[in-house]
Design a protein around this ligand. Structure first.
Ligand SMILES: *[C@@H]1O[C@H](CO)[C@@H](O)[C@H](O)[C@H]1NC(C)=O
Ligand SMILES: *[C@@H]1O[C@H](CO)[C@@H](O)[C@H](O)[C@H]1NC(C)=O
Ligand SMILES: *[C@@H]1O[C@H](CO)[C@@H](O)[C@H](O)[C@H]1NC(C)=O
Ligand SMILES: *[C@@H]1O[C@H](CO)[C@@H](O)[C@H](O)[C@H]1NC(C)=O
Ligand SMILES: *[C@@H]1O[C@H](CO)[C@@H](O)[C@H](O)[C@H]1NC(C)=O
Ligand SMILES: *[C@@H]1O[C@H](CO)[C@@H](O)[C@H](O)[C@H]1NC(C)=O
Ligand SMILES: *[C@@H]1O[C@H](CO)[C@@H](O)[C@H](O)[C@H]1NC(C)=O
Length: 423
C-alpha cells in the first residue's frame, strides 16, 4: 500500500523519525539511560521542514516499559538550548505510559518542541500524569499503531499539542471536550474503523492537516471539521468504505485547500462532477484521486482553476486527451504514474505553462511524448524509452539535466548518452 500513497508529509514524518537522514555531532551516539543512544540529527518533525533535533533513540530495544529518564544520566553536552528534543520509543512492547514517564526531561530549559514517539507498541493505558512537566511546552505525540480506544485523558494537561498521531488504534470513544482541548493543531491522524457514521464530536476539531485512515461509514453526513483561522483544511482520506463524499465536497460551509483520496474503492465520482463548480472544489489547490479505475481523467478536473498539484494514479487511465488538463494554468506538479497510458495528445499540456514536475512512470509509454517538449520542466520521470536516432528530433530540445536520469529500454545507456551518440 505504501507505494500507492503519495510521498506524503505523513509518511515522510514517520520514515524520517524511523530512519534519520543525517547524523552528526554525537553521531553513532553516546549510550544514555542504559539502553538508548543520545544523538543529534537533522529530522523532519512537522511537515517537511528539516531541523536539528536532540534525539534519545530507544526504538526497537525490546522494551516492555519506558526506561527511567533521570536527567543526570544525559550525556554532557546534551542539554538543549532552544533545540528540538525527541524521545523515540517506536517498535517496542510498551503497554502503559506511567506517571511522569519522561522523568526530568521535561525540565530541560528552552526546549522548542518536545517529541514523544510511541508508534508501534501495545499501549492501552496512559496515566493521567504521564506528561507532567510538559504543560507549557509545544509537543508532538505519535501514538500510531497501539491499542488505544480513546484519546488518552493525559493529554488534558498539555496546552500546546502541535501534532497528534493516533491512527491504527481501535478508537471507539471520542469526547467533544477532548477534541476541543487538542485544537488547534497542525496535524492529526486517526482511524474511524469502528464508526459507521461521522462522529460529530470531531467537528470541534481545528486542524491544518487531517488524515483519516479507515472509516466504516458510507457518507460524511454532519462533517464539519475546521481549518485553522481562515485556512482551508488539508484532508487526506485513505482506506475507507466511503461512497458519498458530497458532505465534504459539496458543503460550501467548509473550506478545503487540499484533498488527497486513495484506496477508497467505493467513492462515487458523480458527486465531484455535480459539485465541481461549488466553492469547495473551486478553491482546491491539491487533489489526489488514486485507485479509482477511471479509465480516463474525469471531466471536472480541468475546471478546477486553482489546481497546483494533481495526482491520478492506479486508475487504469489509458490515454491523455487534449482537454483533460486544459485551462489548468496554475498546475505545477502532475502525477499520472501507475496507469496504462499508451498515448498523450500532442497538445495535452499546452495551457499548463507552469508545469514543472511530471511523473509518468509505470505506464506503457515507450517514447518521450511530443507534448512535453515545449514545457519548461524541472523533472520528468518515466520508464525506460526506445532510443533510436530517428526518434531524437524532439529530444534535442529536452533539458539534458533529466535526459541524464532517464534510461533506454534496450540497454543501460542513459538517454543523454544515447542522444549524444547520434549524428
Ligand atoms: C523545531 O522544529 C520546528 C518544526 O520543524 C521548527 O520550526 C523549529 O525551527 C525548530 N527549532 C529549532 C530550535 O531548531
Ligand atoms: C513493530 O515492532 C515490532 C517489534 O520491534 C517489529 O517486529 C515490527 O516490524 C514493527 N512493525 C511496524 C509496522 O513497524
Ligand atoms: C488490546 O487491548 C485489549 C483489551 O483492551 C486486549 O484484549 C488485547 O489483547 C490488546 N491487544 C494488543 C495487541 O495488545
Ligand atoms: C486502520 O485503517 C486501516 C485502513 O482501513 C485498516 O487496515 C486498519 O485495520 C485500521 N486499524 C484499526 C486499528 O482499526
Ligand atoms: C479558504 O481557504 C483559503 C486558502 O487556505 C483562503 O485563502 C480563503 O480565505 C478561505 N476562505 C474562507 C471563506 O474562509
Ligand atoms: C484495470 O485494468 C486491468 C487490466 O486491464 C483490469 O484487469 C481491471 O479489471 C481494470 N480495473 C477496473 C476496475 O476497471
Ligand atoms: C533544466 O533543468 C534544470 C534542473 O531542474 C534547471 O535548473 C535548468 O534551468 C533547466 N534548463 C533549461 C534549459 O530549461
Amino acid at each position: 500500500m505504501s507505494d500507492k500513497s503519495r510521498v506524503f508529509v505523513w509518511t515522510m514524518l514517520l520514515s524520517s523519525l524511523c530512519h534519520p537522514i543525517q547524523a552528526f555531532l554525537l553521531s553513532g551516539g553516546d549510550v544514555c539511560f542504559g539502553i538508548c543512544n543520545c544523538v543529534e540529527e537533522m529530522q523532519r518533525i512537522i511537515f517537511l521542514d528539516e531541523t536539528e533535533v536532540k534525539l534519545v533513540r530507544c526504538e526497537e530495544r525490546d522494551l516492555r516499559s519506558i526506561p527511567n529518564f533521570a536527567i543526570q544520566n544525559l550525556p554532557t553536552g546534551f542539554y538543549p538550548g532552544g533545540k528540538n528534543f525527541t524521545v523515540d520509543l517506536h517498535s517496542n512492547y510498551i503497554q502503559t505510559v506511567p506517571d511522569k514517564a519522561f522523568g526530568d526531561l521535561p525540565k530541560l530549559s528552552n526546549v522548542d518542541l518536545f517529541g514523544i514517539i510511541l508508534y508501534n507498541n501495545s499501549i492501552s493505558s496512559v496515566s493521567d500524569s504521564a506528561f507532567l512537566g510538559l504543560e507549557n511546552t509545544r509537543v508532538v505525540l505519535n501514538f500510531g499503531l497501539n491499542n488505544l480506544t480513546t484519546i488518552p485523558r493525559a493529554l488534558r494537561i498539555l496546552r500546546q499539542i502541535e501534532l497528534l498521531s493516533i491512527e491504527e488504534n481501535p478508537i471507539m470513544t471520542l469526547e467533544a471536550s477532548m477534541i476541543e482541548h487538542i485544537s488547534p493543531l497542525l496535524q492529526f491522524s486517526l482511524n474511524l474503523t469502528l464508526y459507521n457514521s461521522w462522529p460529530v464530536e470531531l467537528n470541534n476539531l481545528h486542524v491544518q492537516y487531517f488524515w483519516l485512515y479507515g472509516y466504516s461509514g458510507n457518507s460524511f453526513q454532519n462533517f464539519d471539521v475546521h481549518g485553522i483561522g481562515q485556512r482551508g483544511i488539508e484532508l487526506e482520506i485513505a482506506g475507507t468504505d466511503i461512497v458519498d463524499l458530497s458532505d465534504v465536497i459539496c458543503n460550501n460551509q467548509i473550506n478545503v485547500s487540499k484533498l488527497w483520496l486513495w484506496d477508497n474503492y467505493k467513492v462515487d465520482i458523480r458527486h465531484f462532477e455535480r459539485c465541481s463548480q461549488g466553492a469547495v472544489m473551486q478553491n482546491i489547490l491539491e487533489l489526489e484521486l488514486t485507485s479509482f479505475f477511471f479509465g480516463r481523467i474525469p471531466n471536472f478536473v480541468h475546471t478546477l482553476n486553482k489546481l497546483e498539484f494533481f495526482r491520478c494514479a492506479f486508475s487504469n487511465i489509458t490515454e491523455i486527451n487534449a482537454n483533460d488538463f486544459r485551462g489548468l494554468t496554475e498546475l505545477k506538479v502532475l502525477y499520472l504514474d501507475n496507469n496504462r497510458i499508451t498515448t498523450i495528445h500532442p497538445h495535452a499540456f499546452d495551457t499548463n505553462t507552469k508545469l514543472r514536475n511530471l511523473y509518468l512512470y509505470h505506464n506503457m509509454l515507450t517514447h518521450i511524448p511530443d507534448s512535453v517538449v515545449n514545457l519548461n520542466l524541472e523533472s520528468l520521470d518515466m520508464d525506460t524509452i526506445v532510443c533510436t536516432c530517428s526518434n531524437w528530433q524532439n529530444l534535442k530540445q529536452i533539458n539534458s539535466t533529466f535526459a541524464d536520469s532517464m534510461y533506454c529500454m534496450d540497454n543501460t545507456n542513459s538517454v543523454k548518452n544515447a542522444r549524444d551518440a547520434c549524428p
